[in-house]
Structures are given as C-alpha cells and as structure tokens.
Design a binder for this molecule. Structure first.
Ligand SMILES: [Zn+2]
Length: 314
C-alpha cells in the first residue's frame, strides 16, 4: 500500500518543478516554432518575390526577344528591299549600257556603211535611156584595160571599170569552162566616142534609124564603164538580134547574174530597142534578185535600185 501511496506523494510533491519545465519547454517550443514560422514565411515571401522577379525578367526577356526579332525582321526586310532596289538599279543601268552599246554598234555600222557608200559612184546604178541623162563630162573614176584574151578584136584596146573588171573576166572564164565562147566586142565609150559613133550610124542609116539603136551621146550606159557588148563566134562580128539564137546568149541569160551582169534592154522593153548583146554590171546582189524575181533592171524604180548601191562590188 505504501507503494500505492508513494506515487501520490510523489505527484503531490513534484508538480512545481515539472510545470516550470513544461512551461519553459513550451515557451522554447513556441518561440522556436514562431521563429521557424516567421523564417519560413519570410523565405516563402522571398521565394514569391524571386518568382515574381523571375517571371518579370522572363516577361522582359520575351518582350525584348520579340522586339529584337521584330527589329531583325524589319532590318532584314529593309535590307532586302534596299538590295532589291539596288539590283533593279543595276538592271536598269545594265539595260542602259546595253542600249548604248547597241546604239554605238549601230552608229559604227552606219558610219562604216556611210564610208563604204562614199567610195561608190552612185551614177553606176542610175538608169540611163532616152529619159535619163548622163552628163557629157562624166568619166568613170578608174578604168582598166580588158586583157586581149577576152576581146573579140585586138585592134582596139577596150576599157572597163577597174573594180568590176574581175567579175567580167570571171564570167568569160566560166563560159569558157562550160565550152561556150564569149568575147567582149565593146566596153567603155567616152562621150566623144559615143557622139562619133552616133554620127557614123546617122550617116549610114539616117537619123531616125540611128536613134533607135544607138543611144544619143550622153545617154549611153557605155559611158559608165560598166556596160559591155558581147559576141560569140558565127555571126561574122556583127552585133544583131541573131545573137539571142547562140549558145553564148543562152549561157549569159542563165549565168550572167552570178557575176553581177544583167541584160539592159530585153525584148519588148519600153525604154530602148532590144539589145541581146548589151549587158551591164549592176552587182551580184541586184542581178541575182532581178534574176530570181524575173524582173528587168529598168523595171525597178530608182529608189529601189539605189538600196543596192552599197553592195555594188560585194
Ligand atoms: Zn551596148
């Protein structure tokens, strides 16, 4: 029983120290808890603040990034526009340069054509007949002797325009190569010679007849130095219509244009009496076009003929 009362005694005797201890412990605990709570609250608040700062920074960063991107896009776009504008400028300048080069080329071509034309006597492609006159003082710039081998008679030295002489020789050579005999019977005739010839014809045949087959002096293509009367064998040296029945005439009709020669006065022309033996050098280009189109030199208007002048000796 003592053991039972003992504790009671103990309980009754030890409350004071235990209570103080408890209070102290409680106070310590409450203090620690409060301190911890306050610390925790403070830390949480700081974390919140940090989070807020981080968020704000993130927002700022995002905004700055967007601004940068926008600025980059804008710069890129304006640079691209500027580049594009420059490229267009370069294109315009290149086009202008090309135009200038083309103009310079055209001018140079024109200049070279003008220089070329200046070397060619325009009289050489003028139509002469009863209606078109050649000045009595006209003399070709350069005349050369036709070699004897090409002449029907060696009694008289015949002259032909120097620049066209190689074509005349080549034509007769080609005829010879084809087995056709062809000679030059008459070539350049001066105004005085033409006048004398006309006088002879007039004495022999009378003025009316002479006018129909011998051009009045100053009208004749022979004064140009680019016309020839050709003849073949078998006609006794006479220039007459029978020539169109010869192989030489047929060869000339088929081939003379290749060497720049045309028949000036074909059958039934309205300018002059028919002269199958009389051929005039007008240049390969014009002669070829006339041949291909079945036209005659005197059928063309002078303006059309003049466009061929620059190619007279090509
Ligand atoms: Zn003639």
């Amino acid at each position: 029983m003592n053991d039972i009362n003992k504790p009671t005694k103990t309980l009754n005797s030890a409350p004071k120290p235990n209570l103080w201890g408890f209070v102290i412990v409680a106070v310590i605990l409450i203090g620690a808890s409060t301190y911890t709570y306050l610390r925790f609250t403070s830390i949480t608040a700081r974390i919140d603040l940090l989070q807020s700062s981080v968020l704000s920074l993130a927002n700022n960063l995002s905004s700055t990034t967007a601004q940068l991107q926008s600025a980059i896009n804008e710069t890129h776009s304006s640079l691209a526009n500027a580049l594009n504008a420059q490229q267009q400028n370069v294109g315009v300048v290149q086009q202008q340069l090309s135009n200038y080069q083309s103009q310079v080329g055209n001018l140079s071509g024109t200049l070279s054509n003008i220089q070329k034309l200046a070397q060619i006597d325009p009289q050489l492609l003028v139509k002469y007949s009863k209606a078109y006159f050649l000045n009595e003082n006209y003399v070709p710039a350069h005349l050369a002797n036709i070699p004897d081998a090409y002449e029907y008679s060696s009694k008289k030295q015949l002259l032909f325009l120097t620049q066209a002489l190689p074509r005349l020789e080549a034509m007769i050579d080609a005829a010879t190569s084809s087995g056709v005999t062809l000679y030059v019977d008459s070539a350049y005739r001066s105004f005085a010679e033409q006048k004398a010839l006309k006088g002879d014809y007039t004495v022999i045949y009378g003025a009316g007849t002479a006018n129909s087959f011998s051009a009045d002096q100053g009208y004749s293509e022979h004064q140009l130095g680019t016309a020839v009367d050709v003849i073949g064998p078998g006609l006794g040296g006479a220039l007459d219509d029978r020539f169109d029945g010869t192989a030489a005439y047929r060869w000339m009709v088929a081939n003379a244009y290749r060497y720049g020669f045309v028949l000036s006065y074909p059958k039934n022309n309205s300018y002059y009496v028919y002269e199958p033996w009389h051929w005039r050098y007008v240049g390969i280009r014009l002669a070829t076009d006339l041949h291909n189109q079945g036209k005659n030199f005197y059928d063309l208007d002078q303006r059309t003929i003049d466009t061929y002048l620059i190619n007279l000796f090509d």
